[in-house]
Design a protein around this ligand. Structure first.
Ligand code: ZN
Length: 406
């Protein structure tokens, strides 16, 4: 089955008819449909699908499990996410393996496709949860207790979906069996289009993290409480949003409040509390720290002025990632030999490849995103570029997994 056909099968799963965006949250019905689709598609290619203890799926070419060349990505989405972030890497991996099988390629090394769970952290708020669990970057006890917006823990959600959260934890053996990981991903941002390149190679990932800010005020009547008497947490929150934008602009960083909850949420009342999440990213860790510190101290000042208590908690953090230079050079060589232009780009987006990079040689291939929009239903990549990505990935896998041909 070619790329377009695989894409058509996956496309309707977990899509919200009203927004056109995807709601493929981990351990939900939509997630189960995506997993079932992947398993079927992989089995049609004669791959052996093996779920691991952390909810990630592995599809192996044959019985070998050492020094493997692994490719893949994720199938979960952010709220109302686009079609390409994650699925493009999974569908391209299947299509590339098919291309290799059709041409009679017989790998010298083990080869596998991986699908990582909860990459976006949309449900349990820790991005790259599946790869973090595997590498031990988060301990299983902490992971089991993570809760979603309904108060359901990961342990409960996993069990309800037929998994066993008791088995969560690091997999040294699986990590040791990976020789290299190559993740193909839709470009997030717009660097390739002006360069006239359909594909790019990742240089590294900016350090980034999420901070939860709790503004605790006092609920009151919108019609009777005098302005001077209020302890309105919305006011320091609003000023903090502007301060974050200012700090990011000053430091050459990025800062975003994309999620906010006002409690109790009455339209005719002063809220008792505002909970908000700051996502911050920067080219280096010192800049990231400076940016977050300045947002935090501005917020403390605003809270003091409004009689509101502030607490800040870091929910996740990913240090700077530099992908393996040797692997990148080798991939660049393979692509150049095939006449494929693939400029090297940094990125502000986190990926499972970034988490795995701490343990195994890792590289990323980007496919041009003509508008640069991502984490939105408007996210797009042209079919011709996706197919170019499949061809490039197949060449890379063929080179990395060995020269033997039937
Ligand atoms: Zn992604």
């Amino acid at each position: 089955m070619a790329f377009a056909e695989l894409w058509r099968e996956l496309e309707p799963l977990g899509r919200d008819p009203a927004s056109g965006g995807y709601r493929r949250y981990s351990w939900t019905a939509a997630d189960a449909e995506c997993r079932a689709w992947f398993s079927r598609a992989a089995e049609q290619l004669d791959l052996t699908v093996e779920p691991d203890n952390n909810g990630n799926l592995w599809a192996w070419w044959d019985q070998r499990r050492t020094d493997a060349i692994v490719t893949g990505s994720h199938l979960d989405s952010v709220p109302d996410g686009g079609a390409y972030d994650g699925p493009l890497g999974v569908v391209s991996a299947l299509a590339a393996v098919e291309e290799l099988k059709v041409k009679g390629f017989s790998p010298e090394r083990a080869l596998a496709i991986a699908v990582f769970t909860e990459e976006e952290g949309a449900r349990f708020r820790v991005p790259c949860l599946g790869s973090r669990l595997m590498t031990g970057a988060i301990d299983p006890e902490t992971a089991r207790a993570l809760s979603d917006d309904d108060g359901d823990t990961l342990a409960v959600a996993m069990t309800a979906a037929g998994g066993d959260a008791g088995l969560l934890g690091p997999r040294e053996d699986l990590l040791d069996s990976i020789g290299a990981f190559v993740e193909l991903h839709v470009e997030q941002g717009r660097a390739l289009a002006p360069m006239g390149a359909a594909l790019g190679l990742a240089e590294g990932i900016w350090p980034h993290g999420r901070w939860r800010l709790d503004f605790q005020g006092r609920a009151d009547h919108a019609g009777t409480a005098r302005l001077a008497d209020r302890k309105d947490p919305m006011l320091p929150y609003a000023r903090t949003v502007l301060a974050a934008r200012h700090a990011a602009a000053c430091h050459g960083a990025l800062a975003t409040f994309g999620k906010v909850i006002a409690e109790p949420g009455g339209a005719n009342g002063v809220p008792s509390a505002v909970r908000a999440w700051l996502d911050a990213r920067a080219p280096d860790e010192a800049t990231l720290e400076t940016t977050v510190t300045s947002v935090r101290s501005a917020s403390e000042r605003f809270c003091a002025e409004h009689g509101v208590a502030l607490s800040v908690r870091r929910e996740s953090y990913t240090p700077v990632v530099r992908f393996d230079q040797g692997l990148r050079d080798r991939i660049a060589g393979v692509l150049a030999a095939a006449g494929i232009k693939a400029p090297v780009l940094p990125t502000g987006a986190g990926h499972d490849a970034g988490v795995l990079a701490a343990r195994v040689p890792t590289a990323m291939l980007f496919v041009r995103n003509p508008t640069g929009v991502s984490h939105s239903p408007a996210e797009h990549a042209d079919l011709a570029d996706c197919e170019a990505g499949v061809r490039a990935l197949a060449l890379v896998l063929e080179n990395l997994a060995g020269p033997v041909r039937r």
